[in-house]
Design a protein around this ligand. Sequence first.
Ligand code: LFR
Length: 482
Amino acid sequence: TDAAVVAAVDLGATSGRVMLGHVGRAGISLRPVARFPNGPIRLNEDGHPSLHWNIVELYRSVLAGLTVAAAEEPGLASIGVDSWAVDYALLRQGRMLQLPYHYRDARTLPAVDLTHGVAGPAELYAANGLQFLPFNTLYQLTADVTAGSLDQADRMLLVPDLLNYWLTGVAVAERTNASTTGLLNVRTREWDEPLIDRLGFDRRIFPPLIHAGTRIGSLLPGVTDEIGARASIDVTAIGSHDTASAVVAVPALTEDFAYISCGTWGLVGVELEAPVLSEAGRAANFTNEGGVDGRVRYLHNVMGLWLLSESIRTWEHAGETIVLADLLRAAGEVTAPVAVFDADDERFLAPGDLPARIRDYCREHDLRIPRSNAELVRSILDSLADAFARGVEQASLLSGKNVRVVHLVGGGSQNRLLCQLTADRLGLPVLAGPVEATAIGNVLVQARAQGLVTGSLEELRALVARSFVPERYTPARTLVNR
Ligand code: LFR
């Protein structure tokens, strides 16, 4: 046969999906078999609210999705798992000790200062090349030390590694996601043992590192029974950081591109062969995350569609009925100039009443306060487009990479207003899609590991461009807000 089937498990911060991917020399096709919601669960912890992931429920949803996948495709060859980054479970002798924390939990705030007391931001950047995000794994582990829970653990597994462990019994750390911990050396892409020692973590909790494309193992017999699949289905390491998989599937046909992977977050940057560790890059909070095939994802985190989804959640919570399509149309019809706020501001990180925080920001900065839901949404989209454009311009400036076209992939590529505003603000064409870039990147790396396709990322991207033709947004001639 010239096509075989693999399953991509793609877990985002607001929803997860299981997709079947058919890949052959002629192209790729993708078919969703399950979609399920995801989100933080608030627990009480000694009088304090704490935010966690309901990972056991997520795993159940994954198994249910794989059951459908195996029923529809008895010849299923391989499974790959990706998710958001940085979060993890602690285990002892194979048992999970507690539900993983959600990166939006506030426990890392004191941990940041504690960590920086041992290794300052400049020193950390020289070692790990990462932008500062208060929830990077190293800060979370410091919070675990304070809480006394790290002592009890003999393993730390990032979310996709944890699911792979449950599926196969093999505990490993896939490198693209491990690069977001802050504990991987940016040059060697090995665990930075001197840094780990200094921060007071036990080296032995960090599993052996593997590259995307490596076969991790086969499904455990108990798992094949449960999902009704044949024996010996491979579990393959893919770019298990969702953003790494999304970047694989950017349908670029030339070298001079930047990307915006826009879902809950907007990850804005370029792909490089080697890290950029300049002081200017650190000051601009640019990260050097590990990509598939040893590439560098030189990017900056922008708050993303979270600003929109959390605003909608707030309105719905207050009893309003929100129809997304209507809201976006109304936002598109707003003609008055709206506030462009700093979408990177840390105050927008925590869950809760975002519209109130946006209005507070506007008040403090003497910006026009949005007067309706439509104006607020327009303000969010203008601010995101502004942050995206600044991100692209900085990525180009800091890396020296020429950018002539911007690929916007992920859920945000369906937002026509956002795509057009970004093109206008940049004065560059924006090519939107594919929506499911992360799942496609996941599928492609499995397909290559199975020998169904061969070649470099450039060849894989050409395959994506043939199978999912992006939509082109040309910048308007009159530029506003520059
Ligand atoms: C996107 C993402 C980002 C990461 C954030 C938190 O889904 O993986 O790349 O910074 O989630 O893990």
